[in-house]
Ligand binder design. Structure first.
Ligand code: G3I
Length: 352
């Protein structure tokens, strides 16, 4: 929990001339909590004004899609690093690190991966893919999302495992295997298990927390080399955070020896009525409440938002507002001006 005096002083500082306030990137030196944001590769989306804001505000670049399997290994053993390398060049040039997203996922995979059946073929594919990607960007990677979204209680499998192609070929052991392969390829960056849908007072959130905790306990007993739980944090401003349930869950995760990272933060305001100013204040409060809860358990190693500006957000593919106005889920507006959500991030990223 931040001291009230600090919150007040930083709030007023951010409110007076928000555009002139110290960028998030510079604030990370006070707290040690790095700030990252997801984006397409500069080669794919050469939006110079956005890239300028990214290098000013963030010290981690998160490839939104460029390191996914469908992009990097579209055919068996044929790798394509055009997008990944464009990010690597941008990051190196601007003194940034890269959050590796993501090595093993059930989505954004090419057809040949989704058609794997034999365990030996799946093992070979995992070994080649993880070894190649992790080695290529060694030294530049801040952390790796090694396994993404391993649970889905609705799939009806024991312990809540997701019925992914990987589970289908290798059973739950694919998770341990993936982390060992990543660790063998690079001993340095924190290795993360990334998950979503954990925050609210809904039955779905409760079931997801329970399944994930069982999995994290199991991975500890197996000695799986996993360092960190990546909380995706795709929030919805119309839902109620589960203060007790989420706090208790995070405490147990930390007690197991895992660190926390916030990796895909954004706030869906599709169902929030009112003016843009009112909506932005609600989004800011939601982010503040959420970060307050997480920081009260443990300081995350980094906070990343899933995009920087409302100009580009995946949410638009799936959600829209009844009043026809655009969603405002990110720290900067479509004109790249800082919003109240930016101030909420600034307060926590500045926490001494
Ligand atoms: O690149 C192709 C382009 O060539 C084609 O013309 C166009 C036509 O639709 O599609 C483009 O690919 C899209 C890609 O994003 C790049 O824009 C895919 O259709 C689209 O499905 C893909 O969506 C991404 C999604 O993951 C699946 O990979 C979203 O941008 C990205 O924000 C989203 O990110 C995920 C995280 O990885 C994991 N956690 C949840 C998060 C949100 O869903």
């Amino acid at each position: 929990m931040l001291p009230a005096s600090l919150v007040t002083s930083l709030t007023s500082k951010a409110d007076i001339g928000l555009e002139n306030a110290i960028p998030l990137r510079q604030r990370t030196t006070t707290s040690g909590v790095r700030y990252g944001c997801a984006s397409a590769a500069p080669s794919v989306q050469p939006d110079i004004t956005l890239l300028d804001k990214i290098r000013t505000e963030a010290n981690i670049f998160v490839p939104e899609g460029s390191l996914k399997w469908i992009v990097t290994e579209p055919q068996p053993g044929q790798f394509d690093f055009l997008q990944g390398d464009s990010i690597a060049v941008f990051a190196r040039r601007n003194g940034m690190l890269v959050h590796g997203h993501t090595l093993v996922w059930h989505a954004a995979i090419p057809t040949w991966v989704s058609q794997l059946v034999a365990p030996a073929s799946a093992r070979m594919a995992l070994g080649r893919h993880i070894g190649t990607l992790v080695s290529r960007y060694k030294g530049l990677i801040w952390a790796w999302d090694v396994v993404n979204e391993a649970i889905e209680p609705d799939d009806g499998i024991d312990y809540g495992y997701r019925n992914s192609p990987w589970y289908h070929c290798l059973g739950a052991d694919y998770i341990d295997l993936a982390f060992r392969l990543a660790r063998d390829a690079d001993s340095k960056p924190p290795l993360c298990l990334s998950e979503y849908g954990l925050e609210y007072q809904t039955l779905a959130s409760k079931r997801r927390r329970s399944a994930l905790l069982s999995l994290l306990r199991h991975l500890r007993t197996q000695g799986t080399p996993i360092d960190c739980l990546a909380l995706q944090s795709h929030l919805s401003a119309d839902q109620v955070l589960d203060q007790d349930g989420l706090t208790s869950f995070l405490r147990q995760v930390v007690a197991l020896g895992y660190r926390l990272a916030i990796t895909e933060l954004d706030v869906n305001d599709a169902k929030i009525p009112g003016t843009i100013e009112a909506r932005d204040r609600i989004v800011e409060a939601h982010v503040s409440d959420y970060l307050d809860l997480v920081f009260s358990v443990a300081r995350p190693i980094s906070i990343a938002t899933w995009g920087l500006s409302d100009r580009y957000t995946w949410l638009r593919q799936y959600y829209s507002r009844d009043d026809g106005t655009a969603l405002r889920p990110l720290p900067l507006d479509v004109n790249l001006r800082r919003k109240p959500m930016w101030s909420a991030l600034a307060r926590f990223i500045s926490a001494p």
